[in-house]
Design a protein around this ligand. Structure first.
Ligand SMILES: Nc1ncnc2c1ncn2[C@@H]1O[C@H](COP(=O)(O)OP(=O)(O)O)[C@@H](O)[C@H]1O
Ligand SMILES: [Mg+2]
Length: 548
């Protein structure tokens, strides 16, 4: 633990300001204890050094020399020991939250009362005393919200992880180390997002499996990190080759994102632009919302983490709030990063509804909203939503997302581009070849014939066409694509009402993801009336178009 660490300074400040009860939520009990001990003995941090007493249900209080303080195992006796003590001291209570009501255990009001009564004895005593509650989850009794200060214990930063790595290398003197200082720094960066213990485990695994530290170790660390992060059940790293060029159309959205690339660079700070918070992309299913999110990693060259809100609320994973906290702090630890919340409405669908524990949902959601509002770490949030009906208004309020985009059915120009993307992608490599040339004539023809098709359906047309050709063991023909088009009933026909509804919503709240010229071209789209009865769907396009 470095003396200048921000965590140590922040925590020391709370203690110096004589906050009586400080609640630290962390999985890293050992690391937190180390920080606390470090603070307690560093006059430059805390002025009056203090003894550290640790309490657990098993031992009661134990003093810094490891001596047990008798008759302090019961929580009430522990509190009265704190009151009586005349030393300058920090009292660390482990797992005290169980008395605040968790799982099916009710709150112990005697303990809570005793804590409240003890407050003046702690705060105003001659000796410098503070109580630190250390727990893997945050449970604060309603009656003590004013008395307890929460302290977020962030995951270790690069310097702390690098220190742990250096220690490990130093302890294993026979180790062949092919990575120089620069390689060590990269290894430490790769482990960002892990707890210190997890990072040490990852390094140990890399060393043991390779018998040395080399370039391959990086891969081991990444694998280990992916495993650890997946274990939370709600977060995963998404690696994808998709790039802006893989998105047909959506020029407005792409341009908006492109302008915010590098927004955390020193150059950007010289323009005094506020750091972007995030974007909400809503719209018709299958039109490229998730695709855009996936492409953002390459577009911005940042790690992309996908947060599965649905799983949080489904109860499939453990304590929802802690999982949410862990997910958010992981995103912060690997910052600058992009956090992708796919189908955000699914996660929020249970809120207030008849199914599930809506109290938990509300709290988890509130945790997320507060974080969005207050976050300072460079984490950009891209949330996608197919169904806007389930979105709570507080999510849409100004200050949450920088912008809300609406992705509509692709215009003719966009359909051309989407065909271009998918035909070009599949007609390469050792592809069998065809009589088709990817030229304007072909793209015009296909775009004209697919009004009302979404991007996913266009992709499907290309795939089905190729299957026709493959089945006949001959190169792809235009007739294969035409046949696939004729066999498709686009979603916009079967769900025209839903789309009209979406547009009505978007009209007042969102910006069109499509470029304005494309929208105008759409209005005069010559290909009308070939897609069934979707006419009313096409006539009114939603979304304010943005001029920038
Ligand atoms: N604008 C587009 N450009 C290129 N491909 C698209 C586009 N929209 C959809 N697709 C294709 O359809 C698939 C599904 O789209 P997706 O982004 O998952 O839709 P959603 O908007 O429902 O999230 C994509 O993976 C992509 O292959
Ligand atoms: Mg999607």
């Amino acid at each position: 633990m470095r003396a200048d660490s921000k965590i140590a300074r922040d925590l020391a400040n709370l203690l110096r300001a004589r906050f009586a009860y400080v609640y630290i939520t962390t999985w890293e009990e050992e690391r937190a204890m180390e920080t606390i001990r470090h603070i307690a003995t560093s006059p430059e941090l805390i002025r009056t050094p203090r003894k550290v007493y640790q309490w657990s249900q098993v031992t009661g209080f134990v003093d810094p020399d490891g001596k047990v303080v008798h008759e302090t195992r019961r929580p009430l006796s522990a509190i009265s020991f704190i009151r009586r003590c005349e030393e300058d001291a920090l009292f660390v209570l482990k797992d005290f939250h169980v008395y605040f009501g968790v799982d099916h255990r009710p709150a112990d009001f005697e303990v809570i009362r005793a804590m409240r009564d003890a407050l003046p004895d702690i705060k105003y005593s001659e000796s410098m005393k503070n109580v630190i509650i250390l727990s893997p989850r945050t449970v604060v009794p309603e009656d003590m919200q004013k008395e307890i200060s929460l302290f977020e214990f962030p995951l270790p930063d690069e310097a702390e992880i690098a220190e742990a790595l250096a220690d490990m290398v130093a302890e294993n003197s026979g180790l062949r180390d092919e990575l120089g200082p620069e390689g060590h720094a990269r290894l430490a960066r790769a482990a960002l997002g892990l707890t210190l213990q997890e990072a040490e485990n990852a390094f140990a695994r890399a060393i043991v499996s390779r018998g040395c530290l080399d370039e391959e170790s990086m891969r081991v660390i990444f694998e280990e990190k992916n495993q650890v992060i997946k274990k939370t059940g709600i977060l995963e790293f998404v690696s994808s080759d998709l790039d802006a060029d893989d998105i047909g159309g959506l020029e407005n959205l792409k341009a908006w994102l492109a302008k915010r690339n590098n927004a955390w660079s020193p150059e950007a700070s010289r323009y005094n632009v506020p750091a972007p918070k995030g974007v909400l992309v809503t719209g018709v299913p299958g039109c490229g919302k998730s695709l855009t999110a996936k492409a953002m990693s390459s577009m911005w060259g940042l790690p992309l983490l996908k947060l599965d809100l649905g799983k949080i609320f489904s109860g499939l994973v453990g304590s929802s709030e802690e999982n949410m906290r862990r997910a958010l702090s992981t995103a912060e630890a690997v910052a600058p990063s992009i956090l992708w919340v796919d189908e955000i409405e699914k996660g929020l669908g249970g809120m207030g509804g008849p199914s599930g524990d809506s109290g938990t949902s509300q709290r988890v959601f509130a945790t997320f909203l507060t974080w969005m509002q207050e976050k300072e770490a460079p984490v950009f949030v891209i949330a996608t939503a197919n169904n806007i009906a389930g979105l709570p208004p507080e999510l849409l309020r100004k200050g949450r997302f920088d912008e809300i985009f609406f992705v509509d059915l692709p215009t003719r120009g966009e359909r051309r581009q989407i065909f271009q993307v998918h035909l070009a992608k599949r007609m390469r490599g050792d592809y069998i070849g065809s009589q088709l040339t990817l030229d304007d004539g072909l793209l015009d023809h296909l775009a004209d014939r697919t009004e009302g098709f979404v991007g996913a359906e266009i992709e499907q047309v290309v795939v089905s066409g190729l299957y026709e050709a493959f089945f006949a063991r001959r190169p792809l023909r235009l007739s294969d694509l035409d046949y696939a088009i004729d066999s498709t009933v686009p979603l916009s026909v079967t769900q025209s009402e839903t789309i009209v509804e979406l547009r009505r919503w978007a009209n007042v709240r969102a910006v069109a993801a499509t470029k304005r010229e494309d929208l105008q071209a759409y209005a005069t789209d010559p290909a009308g009336g070939d897609g069934g009865d979707g006419g009313d769907v096409r006539s009114s396009r939603g979304g304010r178009s943005l001029d920038f």
